[in-house]
Design a protein. Structure first.
Ligand code: SPD
Length: 285
């Protein structure tokens, strides 16, 4: 992705549009995988940008992380073993740890530097998760990790990845989802961020079609992430457990709803009905 640095503005440039935040750069590093910028912004607190794309902000991240985690985990009776692929800022793990029955989280992040910088500068996001004994951090490639996992192992796999790029491309492939299906228990669920139906329409459709073909059930919810290109974003859930798919099975649901800034069950109900017509028409084709 191209980037435009103009005085105090940093823009994510997507095709001919710019999505900018105003503020001050706190740190800028080149890791083995990507350029990492952390900026103190005027609108959303500290923001993380990877290779020219906004990933998260400490005052806006809940629009994203709550939607990725709660539809999936609230539907499981016993979400004991969870795999997070990506998620180096800690926000997804934090939301998972709200569920008492979550006993083990494997967080598999390819770029250790993202975790190091998030721990240092984005403390509001990960908070105490980094010292929680239920969390194991693995600095590994997500695809390799699932390939090496035994069958029927995880209750939930949550894919909190960046947009497609040289090293994230595999996380959008048929082969990867097939490995996920193999490693998720029959009662389990897969949740993935599924990009914007506006700015990333092709990849969005690609994810929806693959998951629809691979799993007995899949469904996409739409909401907004104010600092992502076009604002509209999506999350897709898939499972072979037809009976329980996206039904609420969690006993502590009231408490979890209260703990959230954005997500609640009403919000979720509406968000699953938000598929734009132009997307549903293409999915039928
Ligand atoms: N266009 C940005 C898509 C990024 C999705 N993942 C964000 C990671 C936040 N934990």
């Amino acid at each position: 992705m191209e980037m435009n640095r103009n005085q105090n503005w940093i823009d994510e440039i997507y095709k001919n549009s710019r999505y900018g935040l105003k503020g001050k750069i706190i740190t800028k590093k080149k890791s083995n995988f990507q350029e990492i910028i952390i900026m103190e912004t005027e609108s959303y607190g500290k923001a993380l940008m990877l290779d020219g794309c906004w990933m998260t902000t400490d005052q806006g991240e809940k629009y994203y992380h709550e939607c990725l985690v709660h539809p999936a985990l609230s539907s499981l009776e016993n979400p004991s073993k969870v795999l997070i692929i990506g998620g180096g800022d800690g926000g997804t793990a934090r939301e998972c740890l709200k569920y008492k029955k979550v006993n083990n989280i494997d967080l598999v992040e390819i770029d250790e530097e993202v975790i190091n910088l998030s721990k240092k500068y984005l403390k509001e996001i990960g908070g105490k998760v980094w010292s929680d004994h239920k969390l194991t951090i693995n600095i590994k490639d997500g695809f390799e990790w699932v390939k090496n996992t035994q069958d029927n192992y995880y209750d939930a796999i949550i894919i909190d990845c960046s947009d497609p790029s040289n090293f994230a491309n595999t996380l959008f492939s048929y082969e990867f989802y097939l490995e996920c299906k193999r490693t998720i228990k029959d009662s389990g669920i897969l949740a993935t961020q599924s990009e914007s139906p506006e700015c990333f329409k092709e990849i969005h459709l690609h994810i929806s079609k693959l998951l629809k073909n691979l799993f007995k059930n899949s469904s996409t919810m739409y909401s907004f992430v104010p600092f992502y290109p076009s604002g509209i974003w999506s999350w897709t859930f898939a499972s072979d457990n037809a009976k329980e798919f996206l039904k609420v099975n969690c006993k502590e649901i009231k408490k979890i709803e209260k703990s959230c800034d954005v997500w609640n069950l009403n919000f979720q109900e509406g968000a699953f009905k938000m598929m734009p017509n132009k997307i549903s028409k293409e999915l039928l084709m």
